[in-house]
Design a protein around this ligand. Structure first.
Ligand code: S3P
Length: 172
């Protein structure tokens, strides 16, 4: 079984993915880190030097490559991955793949992103006032894609171990 975690920036995809993967004893892959390894650059450098469109192309190519692979894994996507290049349709097509939307409120995301925006090129240059408006609009636009995940998992004020247990209840 391949498990795909998706959701907005700072919704905890990587943190939860790592714990889940070690609980069920399969490898963990973070798509951003995977792309960084292939390109030998950070995501911020790719955005700056090659542009967002190039990044979205790499994201799609590597996502497909991973889904085509026979290995099981827990994969955490980038926040934008489900929203480009028909990636959500692609994920839904694979029968051995189960997707989870880690659903966070604007308040939770704002609290987290205020202190974690530096490494994230889309929000790095926004003031905290601008950030709130940005997240509200952006999350609204992206929810259409995120909600297509097989399961929605509420993550607001919930401990990581409980979120992981909740996901495990869907794994059979
Ligand atoms: C992005 C989210 C980032 C990374 C890139 C673009 C987005 O991943 O893929 O900066 O479009 O939301 P995280 O969700 O891990 O921050």
């Amino acid at each position: 079984m391949k498990i795909v975690l998706l959701g907005y920036m700072a919704s905890g995809k990587s943190t939860i993915g790592k714990v889940l993967a070690s609980e069920i004893n399969i490898p963990f892959i973070d798509l951003d880190h995977y792309i960084e390894g292939k390109e030998n650059k950070t995501v911020s450098e790719i955005f700056k030097e090659d542009g967002e469109i190039y990044f979205r192309l790499q994201e799609h190519t590597h996502l497909k490559e991973l889904l085509d692979n026979k290995e099981d894994f827990v994969l955490s996507l980038g926040g934008g991955t489900p929203c480009y290049a028909n990636n959500m349709e692609l994920i839904k097509k694979y029968e051995n793949t189960l997707s989870f939307y880690l659903k966070a409120s604007i308040k939770t995301l704002l609290n987290r992103l205020e202190t974690q925006k530096d490494q994230r090129p889309l929000v790095a240059n926004l003031s905290n006032d601008e950030l709130k408006e940005y997240i509200s609009k952006h999350l609204f636009e992206r929810s259409y894609y995120y909600e297509q995940a097989a399961h929605n998992i509420n993550i607001n004020d919930i401990e990581i171990t409980r979120i992981v247990s909740k996901i495990q209840t869907y794994l059979g």
